[in-house]
Design a protein around this ligand. Sequence first.
Ligand SMILES: *Cc1c(COP(=O)(O)O)cnc(C)c1O
Length: 432
Amino acid sequence: MYVSDCIGVNDKGHLTIGGCDTVELARRFGTPVYVYDEMEIRRNCQEFVRSIEDNYAGNGMVLYASKAFCCKEICRICAQENMGLDVVSGGELYTALSVDFPVEKIYFHGNNKTADELEQAVEHNVGRIVVDNIFELEMLERIAGDAGKTAEILFRIKPGIDAHTHSFVKTGQIDSKFGFALETGEAMAAVKKALEMKHIRLVGVHCHIGSQIFDIDPFELAARVMLDFMAQVKKETGLELDILNLGGGFGIKYLQTDRPRPFSDYMKKVSAVVKEYSAELGLKIPYIIIEPGRSIVGAAGLTLYTVGAVKKIPDVRTYVSVDGGMGDNPRYVLYQSKYEVLCANKANEPRECTATIAGKCCESGDLIQEWTSVQRVEPGDILAVLATGAYNYSMASNYNRICRPPVVMVKDGEARIVVERETYADMTRKDI
Ligand SMILES: *Cc1c(COP(=O)(O)O)cnc(C)c1O
């Protein structure tokens, strides 16, 4: 009935997540608050890990793309679920290291890693660094050399496939800030350059073609393009690359009308393509990596707010203002992202009103959703925005000096804080 299996309604007519009454959670932890169902996260991890075992004989690894939601607890959960981790900054790396995440399973991405970040990665023996450009390659060669180490790297490639939610195009496009282009020979030149370096060992290639993708075809096509390149590398340099990292971007259900495929369908089809096409090209079957972010945490989370002013503007629209907004969920402002909105304490009632959910920031555009269906709400009601588990907490800001909400994890009817609510003192701590 809802966008996620972990959401329901109890006999009081209150919305539940992971067996907890959301109205009670709001009372106990205050609002706004992010709530995640731990078991839903673990089920998602397990489904991806199992799909590699079932379809690819376990010859691969699932990395959680931590930018979707990064804190210590999610790193612990991923480690327990035998996942690797994709980090894109020194801060994400620091978070992972602070809970002793197995370093050999960490992949460091990013199009403009700083010298400090590369030094941090080399010092801590991070599994692999996904090198984005020649400037970075040369810097890493120097840093690894100074440390007396050899850095294992993948190259980020632009496969020229531009995938969106419901469609994709083979663009051959080179206009992206990420990675090396194939068409111009840039990628091959980088491979040859890496082969001459003393402190670099090139072990694979990586691509990431987009986000919230529902279709499997663009992933199959990306796998082919990447394997073609691996075959070309073998032919021109004799180097046979071990690792093919196909990135993330698997679509999730934000609305009832969204129809994502089960994650295992993806692996079933893509692994068949990888196996057949590698054989056809005379390549050994590569170790495969996928990097789900949103699909691990997105539908496992929701945000609870308290309704304040309800402003009915005759013949225009109704604004329902909540005690959060673009500071805790900037995705509507950024991308006009769709969400389901429910009144948590009236979850059994029909959603017969059309409302615009507004935040409390001094910004007309500070909206969470426009023209959305919701129950008849009044001040003091608890509003739930569903499927906010990805790119909400991780993109949150202190705009208007509003404290970032806490993160609560629920499991089998029990709730615990995993990130505390920020305080005014936290926000002013670095002020002089
Ligand atoms: C963002 C990103 C991901 C995860 O994308 P989702 O859409 O959250 O699955 C994986 N890999 C890379 C390199 C990314 O930039």
